[in-house]
Design a protein around this ligand. Structure first.
Ligand SMILES: *Cc1c(COP(=O)(O)O)cnc(C)c1O
Length: 376
């Protein structure tokens, strides 16, 4: 008698998956919170996480937020940014939305086709008398051209706020990339390299700025009887902070495992016709937060066709960033959103596919993703 073995269906693979250690590991912290009955407003876990992160990241001051978007909103308020802000169309909605929420005008400039970060020449060309700041993104954790951006900012008297949502732990020329510009904003969302479930932070260079940020994230309350500005409620709570301290114990291992996966993809996909991988620039310690590939016409399938094919086989890659911010209804009427001004961003939005990468992804699954791309 012959039986037809029915292979079990393969579990779907998503682009990312948070790492959750055994629940027991979190219990002592929860118990401490229960015992202390301090749930938020800068409690002991909040303070411990701020110190631990400042040390881990190699930055002077860090202010925790309940999410990265409120960090971006508050960073702009901290520096009293006004008028026009030059930013990238190739990012997540929160980057440009933080400008609209502050009544600022986003001005999109095109990206460099190799790094996918703002092109300094395009930044300079977009400056007008109304420009007061630049908000670049270290896209996929690749450091921006921070030296040139700073030179432009110094020449024209502009502020620089980095959306560093992808750049946790990234080093550039031996120093944290978060120390560049006036402020850097991190996201600790569950999809990021380091997570507090939802969460974020502003990195700043001095204690006075940190003080202002701490007021602004607590309604602007300076003391019992003084409200110094129309601040927002952006405070991280104790449960989030405790979760972050637990994640921090593992983060080096996570990043190392991500690096192995990235190396595996790189080895097997670099030679595939029509597929290009993003280079890690020299003098950079990467965090391997994403693994984008470019699918061009030589591949034989369009990026979208490959995306659909992978999906039908249970592999959920993501088209980050598509559509461009400049194509969204709230931005597409801006003069700087005109399609012919952003050719590099448009091509990237058409070609890039981010492959699954997360610490628990096993070698066999990495190979399954690679096979789907190589097979065609
Ligand atoms: C994730 C992300 C954000 C927003 O962070 P949240 O913590 O989800 O609010 C902002 N910018 C970029 C580029 C991101 O990827």
């Amino acid at each position: 008698m012959t039986t037809n073995p029915v292979l079990p269906p393969k579990a779907p693979i998503y682009v990312t998956q948070p790492f959750l250690p055994p629940l027991e590991e979190f219990m002592p912290s929860l118990r401490a919170i229960w015992d202390a009955k301090v749930l938020t407003n800068g409690g002991p876990f909040h303070q411990r996480l701020e110190s631990a992160l400042a040390e881990y990241l190699g930055v002077r001051h860090i202010a925790l937020f309940t999410n990265g978007t409120l960090g971006l909103l508050t960073a702009l308020q901290t520096l009293r940014v006004s008028g026009e802000v030059i930013t990238t169309p190739y990012s997540f909605a929160a980057t440009a939305h933080s400008l609209l929420w502050n009544g600022l005008k986003p001005v999109f400039a095109d990206i460099d086709p190799l790094t996918l970060n703002l092109d300094p020449d395009q930044i300079e060309a977009a400056i007008t008398p109304q420009t007061t700041a630049i908000m670049p993104v270290h896209c996929y954790g690749t450091p921006c051209d921070v030296d040139r951006i700073q030179r432009i900012a110094d020449t024209y008297g502009l502020r620089v706020i980095y959306d560093a949502a992808h750049a946790f732990g990234v080093k550039h020329q031996g120093d944290s990339v978060l120390n560049r510009g006036d402020l850097s904003v991190l996201s600790f969302h569950a999809t990021k390299v380091f997570t507090t479930v939802e969460g974020g932070a502003i990195v700043c260079p001095d204690a006075r700025t940190k003080q202002r940020i701490d007021y602004l994230k607590n309604f602007g309350i300076a003391d019992e009887v003084t409200v110094m500005a129309a601040g927002i409620n952006g405070k991280m709570n104790e449960i989030q902070a405790a979760f972050g301290l637990m994640q921090l114990e593992h983060v080096d291992r996570f990043i190392a495992r991500r690096g192995q996966i990235a190396a595996h993809y790189r080895r097997h996909l670099s030679g595939v016709k029509g597929i290009r991988v993003l280079d890690v620039p020299a003098h950079t310690v990467a965090n391997h937060s994403y693994f984008p590939i470019f699918v061009d016409e030589q591949y034989g399938l369009s990026r979208d066709a490959l995306y659909e094919r992978m999906r039908s086989r249970g592999v959920h890659a993501r088209r980050y960033f598509y559509p461009l911010l400049s194509e969204m209804p709230m931005y597409r009427g801006l003069p700087s959103a005109a399609r012919d001004r952003l050719p590099n961003a448009r091509l990237a939005a058409q070609q890039v596919l981010c492959l699954p990468i997360y610490p628990a992804l096993e070698d066999l699954d990495v190979q399954r993703v690679i096979d789907l791309i190589v097979e065609r």
